[in-house]
Design a protein around this ligand. Structure first.
Ligand SMILES: *Cc1c(COP(=O)(O)O)cnc(C)c1O
Length: 399
């Protein structure tokens, strides 16, 4: 066995890659894999994108890190661009999604604290949510499998059923500060929340004086064919967390806020050593150069349609394997009639990488730069994988 020095926390596939080129990963044995996992929606521009390589290497020759004791021009620039592209007025940079959520939750609590209602600190969340693995974000996500064995669940998180807006409304009490939701659940199984529900949550928050927080760590930064996924619902939050796609593979996250929501985040109340460092900012700015370029998001939507049409045909052909196709843009899910692990493995046998999710779903998360030809190739491999998953089980040879 591996005799590994590493924590045994990851059930890793027996694969190791040497390099990547666009939508492809090349394994150490030379085999080429079509990467529709994209580092779990992280490699938004694929692997070794020339513009990102250039931005990172140029910055690496100049300055890596100075800390937030000093001005960081790249941070100012990326902040201004995120503000221009979104509902937000203010940005705080982090190294991960969970930290961006921590910042959003703290910002909501401080908003009420400085507004003279310090008793308001609770956040309402939804079943199936995933917000990260810190002590606060496992409490927010509410999944027993992530909470077990880590002591009392962090105080201040209450959960209702998926899309149960009525229950959320009823649960609001004098201590409620915010409602936190993913516009499309990623880990939960590519479950989109109806636009109507997001709009109702906005109305409820406005009426009750609560802050609405969107977790766009997975669905944001172009993944759904809009810059932020909530744009589909024509509703804006007070706070949003982004990460994954904004770094294109470099660890980078951000909490976006309106001026009003960020009112309590004054000098010294929050901080980070690495967040917003010059390397991350160079890459984040380079990702935006591409994602915000004219026509890029239109292309994501067009490619989504191509994927959805192909997947619908596969569903017709293998209705014993595929129950439903869902998702938006290039955040797509195949709800399976066989165990999702079986289809994921069958796809891996076809040298196509995908990611299992909750609700027995297989996620397809290609780089946003995926070509039509690569989509057609992926569909061929998914058809072959579905055929394999549909066939009666063959006794595997012992290895
Ligand atoms: C991945 C993810 C997170 C956590 O991000 P990390 O960078 O792993 O901390 C939070 N929310 C959602 C929706 C995610 O998909």
């Amino acid at each position: 066995m591996s005799g590994s020095a590493l924590y045994e926390t990851f059930a890793r596939a027996p694969l190791s890659f040497e390099r990547g080129e666009g939508s492809w990963l090349i394994a150490r044995d030379g085999k080429r894999y079509l990467d529709f996992a994209a580092g779990i929606a992280v490699n938004s521009l694929g692997h070794a994108h020339p513009h990102l390589v250039q931005a990172l290497t140029e910055q690496a020759g100049k300055l890596w890190h100075v800390s937030n004791l000093y001005e960081i021009p790249g941070q100012r620039r990326l902040g201004e661009r995120l503000v221009a592209a979104s509902f937000a007025d203010k940005v705080f940079f982090t190294n991960s999604g969970a930290e961006a959520l921590e910042c959003a939750i703290k910002t909501a609590r401080r908003y009420h604290y400085v507004g003279g209602r310090p008793e308001r600190f609770r956040t309402i969340t939804f079943e199936g949510a995933f917000h990260g693995r810190t002590l606060a974000t496992i409490a927010a996500g509410g999944q027993p499998k992530y909470l077990e064995g880590f002591g009392p669940k962090a105080e201040g998180f209450d959960q209702v059923g998926f899309d149960d807006v009525d229950a959320a409304e009823k649960l609001i009490g004098p201590e409620t500060a915010a409602i936190l939701i993913e516009p499309i659940q990623g880990e939960g199984g590519v479950r989109p929340l109806p636009s109507q529900s997001l709009r109702r949550l906005r109305e409820i928050c406005d009426r009750e004086g609560l802050l609405l927080i969107f977790d766009e760590v997975q669905c944001g930064v172009g993944r759904t064919g809009r810059f932020l996924a909530h744009e589909w619902a024509d509703v804006t939050p007070d706070l949003a967390a982004i990460a994954k796609g904004i770094g294109g593979g470099f660890p980078l996250g951000a909490c976006l806020a309106t001026d009003a929501a960020a009112a309590g985040m004054t000098a010294g109340v929050h901080g980070t050593t690495f967040g917003g460092n010059p390397l991350a900012m160079a890459v984040g700015n380079a990702v935006l150069d591409v994602v915000l370029a004219d026509g890029f998001l239109d292309e994501v939507r067009r490619k989504s349609l191509l994927m959805k049409q192909g997947l619908a045909a596969i569903q017709d052909e293998f209705s014993d394997v595929v129950e439903e196709i869902r998702g938006e843009g290039l955040l797509l899910g195949i709800r399976c009639r066989v165990p999702n692990a079986a289809l994921t493995e069958a796809l891996r046998d076809q040298q196509l990488l995908a990611v299992p999710a909750g609700d027995n779903v297989v996620r397809l998360l290609p780089p946003l730069t995926v070509s039509d030809e690569e989509i057609r190739e992926a569909l061929n491999r998914i058809r072959a994988g579905a055929a394999q998953a549909s066939a009666p089980p063959v006794v595997a040879a012992a290895s």
